[in-house]
Ligand binder design. Structure first.
Ligand code: FAD
Length: 385
């Protein structure tokens, strides 16, 4: 379908697709098997000037919007969701700086991200604070003109590799979520250490670690925005990032459909290609239809955000929810279309099915997405007579 992309968007998409084809696909199985962090590919992306798409030109980026971001994410995820997650998580860590950073903070941190010399991470989750982000227990106690951070963040994508970590911590424990604030914690700050690499089901090229903060003394200029903004900053960051998860799902599902259809054309049973069986065609038809619907939704939400819309919480949650559920179903069906071959690691759909699962879990589970959408609908319909 023609989504009326501008010439610039098409060029960007072509470039990201080329990197996915030439640099990611040939090594994705190995990255997954060896659980290797994809620094070489990050360097390729930096060289292609793709690390600063959403960073304003004033800080060395391309100053592009959400639509361009989803196009790149979709293309990279068609190569490997583990690699694409690494790239996307860096923007997740950068959004708080873009949204709430002071001029000095932006000047200090954004150019290195735009050049791809540094990665970022976003650290919200803790052992007792998963879906319930208000349960964060990490503290940032004021001590003269410093803050002292203590606590442990769990399952943080890019942790240990990222130079720049946005960390949510309580500056006022008594206020709960309203007492949360956001800080920039540098990888080398004294008192910062990282846990072991988690062993994951999928996206194994991406890295997930704990961030341990022990008496980490930060000057005041590491606070993003002001005290008490941490929860709002988190919600606004996730609203911007969720269409990106939708884009990862679309790229992944496209790749799974391509693999399954190509296989079904070649595989013969009962003297005919299995794609000739209507049962297989119906599987493929459902996969293709749901995929296109998800793509249209992700693009529509991205364009809605770029139009300057003030409230896109519900739309962003819908894009994440629908697309990630779609990708899970499509990858399961891709394995089905390929039968036993699909179950073998030799074929990429086995990895795709494992990779799809996380898209229903991180950046808010799909149960939480339904809560967010339901809450918004309740508000909307309560206002109507
Ligand atoms: C690979 C990976 C990478 C991650 N990367 C990051 C990262 O970079 N930064 C970061 O901060 N976090 C990260 N996370 C954490 C992730 O965001 C959380 O895992 C996710 O938000 C869910 O929290 P939880 O796992 O504690 O599940 P829980 O909150 O314990 O939920 C368990 C189950 O209960 C359901 N549930 C919980 N509350 C409700 C409710 N109110 N209504 C309905 N159902 C509910 C959930 O949907 C889920 O099915 C990552 C996680 C993984 C696995």
């Amino acid at each position: 379908m023609d989504y009326l992309l501008t010439e610039e968007q098409q060029m960007l998409q072509d470039l990201a697709r080329q990197i996915a084809e030439e640099r990611i696909k040939p090594v994705r199985a190995e990255l997954d098997e060896q659980e290797t962090f994809p620094w070489d590919i990050i360097k390729d992306l930096a060289q292609a000037d793709l690390c600063g798409t959403i960073i304003p030109e004033a800080y060395g980026g391309l100053g592009m919007g959400c639509m361009e971001n989803v196009l790149v994410l979709e293309a990279l995820a068609a190569g490997c969701v583990g690699v694409a997650t690494t790239y996307a998580a860096s923007f997740l860590g950068a959004y708080p700086l873009l949204l709430y950073g002071s001029e000095d903070q932006k000047q200090k941190y954004l150019p290195a991200l735009a050049r791809g010399e540094a990665l970022a991470a976003f650290a919200l989750t803790e052992a007792q604070a998963g879906s319930d982000a208000g349960g964060v227990a990490t503290t940032a106690a004021k001590d003269g003109d410093h803050y002292v951070l203590n606590g442990t963040k769990q399952w943080i994508t890019n942790a240990g590799e990222a130079e720049i970590n946005t960390v949510i911590a309580l500056t006022d424990k008594a206020k709960g979520a309203r007492g949360a604030s956001a800080f920039v914690v540098e990888k080398g700050d004294p008192g910062v250490s990282f846990g072991k690499k988690e062993k994951k089901m999928g996206i194994r090229a991406s890295v997930t670690r704990e961030i341990v903060l022990e008496d980490v003394r930060l000057p005041q200029d590491r606070l993003l925005g002001r005290e008490g903004l941490g929860f709002m900053l988190t919600m606004r960051t996730l609203d911007l990032a969720r269409p990106g998860v939708g884009a990862l799902a679309v790229g992944l599902a496209q790749s799974a459909l391509d693999e399954a259809a190509a296989f079904a054309k070649e595989r013969h049973q009962f003297d005919q290609p299995v794609i000739a069986f209507q049962a297989v065609q119906h599987l493929l038809a459902d996969m293709a239809t749901k995929l296109e619907a998800a793509r249209a939704l992700v693009y529509a939400v991205a364009r809605h955000i770029d139009s300057g819309a003030k409230d896109y919480t519900k739309a962003a949650a819908m894009a994440k929810l629908f697309s990630s559920d779609m990708a899970m179903q499509v990858t399961v069906d891709a394995v089905q279309v390929m039968g036993g071959h699909g179950y073998m690691r030799e074929y990429p759909v086995e990895k795709m099915m494992r990779d799809a699962k996380i898209l229903q879990i991180f950046e808010g589970t799909n149960q939480i997405m339904r809560n967010v959408i339901g809450l918004a609908l309740n508000k909307e319909y309560s206002r109507k007579k």
